[in-house]
Design a protein around this ligand. Structure first.
Ligand code: SAH
Ligand code: SF4
Ligand code: F3S
Length: 452
């Protein structure tokens, strides 16, 4: 009988993409997916260590599986991803039942590593390596939208952040490899691609020189032009953008290229210049505002989302208020917020001006209230409008409805049959607006023709 596997994924889109690749490898090895982690023969936790609570979650999951292993010695237990990279061998000491600890750079070497495990070894794979192009097909969660990695790692040194330590140095894939993967996805029927990188604007800077035919394919902007015309792909998105490198040339390209969606995720982290400096972000809040102004000059209706940290070491109430003002002034469609969490191996964790949990939690609650209000205001503008929705799935809470996203990335529900609508882009008249989602009804063809 085939052995079964179960993967639990924590953290960001990079981890989700890695999990899909590892699932693909396991399936080519003959493993079968098992939804119930309590009975699977192989358990893989793809972990995140961006904040302490993300890391602690993994230990509680692992504890349960370690107990199960006592009665089922054939259980294979794997920790992959960023906690694995950060903790390495220390993880084995903490959880001796583990068979394999593997950093994110090893995601596509899972088969080799497992062979060592099945030969009786306990394996730790965390040495920095060059990530090889992958020939295994990922097992993707969606049949409509897909991630495509364009750059791994991060060379920035934001003082709060573990990512450079756990994901290693920047490594761009070649434009040709990216395009080939996208063409393949188009053939399989995928409609939307999100190009991925922790600092996607750095794309290409590690690739050797220009091409002999004079073509420069070595910036994100060039890459967007290079991959844009693939037949079958209707939408292109990218994330995450760093304000330091978000150029007008890129903004212009996004406005010009019809498949690139009008949604940009550009984390600002703080609205205060001294804090931005302490974070080593390399821009000021004025520069950030100029970027958003420029985006809106070219694409007045563009959706903007961001990340922000509250309670960074030394943050005063006044500095916190500057972050609040930035959110009010710019009107974000969505902001992912977090209370600062001191992380091992990062400079800011060692500073002696840490704030109390109480202050951090209070600021987090206040910023979250503002973020919902702002998002609601941004959603309001959709009321009565007709939006293009790419249908992804049935609404799990209401099977008579399907769900998908607008170009601006708002989750949208409407009445419809998933078997007929999946993967189609449908004009939907928005009838209900909530802070982070919309409801509407499908517009009949004739009316669209009249409007267009
Ligand atoms: N590369 C992206 C973000 C990667 S991490 C960027 O440069 O913006 C995702 C988000 O987690 C960050 O934007 C930040 O808001 C948050 N984050 C990272 N480290 C954190 C920490 N130590 N404490 C709290 N939030 C943190
Ligand atoms: Fe972390 Fe900064 Fe790199 Fe983003 S750019 S992943 S916040 S170090
Ligand atoms: Fe977490 Fe690693 Fe992503 S720390 S946010 S899973 S890069």
């Amino acid at each position: 009988m085939a052995r079964s596997y179960h993967i639990t994924t924590f953290g960001c889109q990079m981890n989700k993409a890695d999990s899909e690749r590892m699932a693909g490898i396991l399936e080519t090895m003959g493993f079968e997916n098992e939804d119930n982690a309590e009975v699977a023969d192989l358990i893989l936790y793809n972990t995140c260590t961006i904040r302490d609570n993300a890391e602690q979650k993994v230990y509680s999951y692992l504890g349960k599986q370690a107990i199960r292993k006592k009665t089922n010695p054939n259980l294979t237990l794997i920790v992959a991803g960023c906690v694995a990279q950060q903790e390495g061998e220390a993880l084995l000491r903490r959880v001796p039942e583990l068979d394999l600890v593997m950093g994110p750079q090893y995601a596509n070497q899972l088969e080799d590593l497992l062979e060592q495990v099945f030969n009786g070894a306990q394996v730790v794979a965390t040495e920095p390596v060059h990530i090889m192009e992958d020939i295994t097909k990922p097992r993707r969660d969606s049949a409509v939208t897909a991630w495509v990695n364009v750059i791994y790692g991060c060379n920035e040194r934001c003082t709060y952040c573990v990512v450079p330590g756990v994901r290693g140095l920047e490594q761009s894939r070649t434009p040709e490899a990216i395009k080939a993967e996208m063409e393949d996805l188009a053939k399989q029927g995928y409609k939307e691609i999100t190009l991925l990188g922790q600092n996607i604007d750095a794309y290409g800077r590690d690739l050797p020189g220009s091409k002999p035919d004079g073509q420069h394919l070595h910036t994100l902007t060039d890459l967007l032009y290079f991959v844009h015309d693939i037949e079958g792909i209707d939408r292109i998105r990218f994330a995450t953008s760093h304000p330091r490198y978000f150029t007008e040339r890129l903004i212009k390209a996004c406005a010009e290229l019809p498949k690139v969606c009008e949604h940009f995720h550009i984390p600002f982290q703080s609205g205060d210049n001294d804090l931005l400096k302490a974070m080593s972000r390399g821009y000021t809040q004025e520069k950030y505002r100029r970027i958003i102004d420029t985006v809106r000059q070219y694409m007045p209706d563009a959706a903007i989302s961001a990340d922000a940290i509250v309670g960074f070491p030394g943050e005063t109430e006044e500095q916190f208020q500057k972050t609040m003002t930035l959110i009010e002034d710019l009107g974000f469609d969505m902001v992912n917020t977090a209370a600062y969490s001191p992380r091992p191996g990062t400079p800011a964790a060692l500073w002696d001006n840490q704030l109390s949990e109480e202050v951090k939690v209070d600021r987090l609650q206040r910023i979250n209230r503002l973020v919902s209000q702002t998002a609601q205001l941004r959603s309001d503008r959709y009321a009565g409008r007709i939006e293009e929705v790419l249908v992804e799935e049935q609404n799990p809470k209401n099977p008579t409805q399907v769900m998908g996203r607008t170009r601006a990335n708002r989750l949208t529900f409407f009445q419809g049959d998933i078997t007929q609508l999946k993967g189609k882009t449908i004009p939907v008249k928005i009838t209900e607006v909530r802070a982070f989602s919309l409801t509407g009804e499908q517009v009949v063809e004739q009316r669209v023709a009249a409007i267009v």
